[in-house]
Design a protein around this ligand. Sequence first.
Ligand code: GRG
Length: 294
Amino acid sequence: MMQAHFKIFYRQYKEKINKKLDFLIPNKSVYPGLIHEAMRYSLFAGGKRLRPVLCLAAYNIIKDDYDKALCVACSLECIHTYSLIHDDLPCMDDDDYRRGMPTCHKKFGEAIAVLAGDALLTAAFKAACDFEDISEIKQIIEELSDCAGSAGLVGGQVMDILSENKKIDISALEYIHEHKTGKLILSSVRLGAICAGAEKKELEAFSGYAKQLGLAFQISDDLLDVIGNAEEMGKNIGQDEKLNKATYPLLYGVDKTKKILDSTVDKACAYLDCFRDKGWFLKKLARFVAERNN
Ligand code: GRG
């Protein structure tokens, strides 16, 4: 029952987000059409919309009128899609497929893909400026900038590139995860709370939840990578050992990784207990992230 309830709410959030994104980003009939076509190609390629859903759901715990926060939620999806487009480029991860479709540079060429990413990042800040409480906009822009810049996504990407083909220790790995994946998840939840005018204590609870959720996302991502050849990953390697491509299943084995994932979700959910019944959707969402299959 609760499961069906969760799916209905998730679908409603997603529909609202897609409609708003469609409104915010010009289509190819707007000059110069090619850049808008490329932006929309990646933006509407079928992503889960996890980050904007997190933002709206956090907002919804404090306030009901979540339509107000849609512009900020969409700015998070624009930043996410920009980071994926740039991450897929030949000079970064060099990927041919994303969200089941040819990557942006495969479809439009590298120059247009770089520019589509740039334009989405810029569009994110424009969208956030639509938030109607002017008094919150400074904090919103600060949160978005810290999350996207050298202290956030870009910093994580830099360390990921610098550690390629090198043995890295667990703290370097944690830095990469926290910044490449964790920061945007953290800011998504925090921005929902900030838009709703959350109090300091509430914001702390949301941040605690989101940090654990970011970790759960990473652990489940590592599990998804290896689940096909689990027996090879069964071996245990000491935590302090220098590793080449360190992942949770490689460090701890698949079974222990699943237990760590489970307890990470429990820890995330415990932060929401202070919101009583209102925390149910974000708690379900944490389970959904841990159990997703893509
Ligand atoms: C600034 C160029 C640049 C990169 C920033 C965030 C980042 C670094 C790169 C993203 C690439 C990447 C594979 C990150 C790991 C996190 C991850 C698996 C993202 C995919 O997120 P989902 O599963 O994707 O939410 P959908 O398609 O559902 O939105």
